[in-house]
Design a protein around this ligand. Sequence first.
Ligand code: MEV
Length: 313
Amino acid sequence: MDNIVASAPGKVILFGEHAVVYGKPALALAIDRRFRCQVSHSEEIYLDGKIFEPNKHPYTYFILSRYWPQRGLDIELDSDIPSGSGLGSSAALCVSLNAALMALRGEEGEGLCAKRSFDAELGVQGSASPLDTSVSTHGHGISINLPNGRHLWDIQHEDRRWSVGHIDVPEMTLVVGYTGVHAPTGPLVAKVRRYYDHSAFAREIIDEIESVTIEGEAAIRAQDMVRLGSLMTQNHKLLSILGVSGRELDRLVDASLMYSYGAKLTGAGGGGSMIALTDRPDDVCEAIKLHGGTPFVVHTEQPGVTVQKKKRL
Ligand code: MEV
């Protein structure tokens, strides 16, 4: 019997996290940290060799109940994206599991995999955008609701519509600084939603993030690293005003700025990770270490989800 192995990348967000939940534009890049999911037929559902416990694994449960109901499956998961790190671990789990199940069911299509994976994030978190799941599916760089990307697919939920496009990204060196603080996305998205629903000021900040994102996309196209970095730092300040940064994140951003074009938190915030755009990666890594973070250089221009069928011996 066949084993299916699917692998999907994590991500960094250059611009637009949180604002994208409200249909605003955003830009994200796939990185060279991946989530792997291996599945094969079985009598019962097993996860990593143990009987599956649905309440411990909400994303997996959501996907299995929709696309593999009442059936057994042997699932093995393996990841080098720390969970709750802001680097897209839950999205990459959803994408790799959906892609593996699609292969078992004889289904195809990047757009279908991205949509199903978004549904899982939305179902589990209550509020989400298709940013993380789309970049993990497609890889490389993606834009949301920006006119210049090559159009990939549209995703709609209630009155929100997200047009997903491929963007070409110039070569750039990004250093990630992981705070070590586990920060699940759902509660942070809910916190911003409460603020957004009740405060005109919060809605203005979201509009400002939109303007910075539009300018950021132009800076990428112009390959203007100085402008790009300064817009990233501006985006970080706006996210801090929204209340999703934190002491650890601000410390790592400030420490990196001396050797960077710019730096910002990436993902939902509250902990998790920040990124710095730099041509002095060693100095930035040292500064992040000195200030209590775990640094690593990430490489962009990574492929999206891949699926392999392996014959069992
Ligand atoms: C999390 O990586 C990005 C958020 O904008 C949530 C989402 O888009 O689903 C905070």
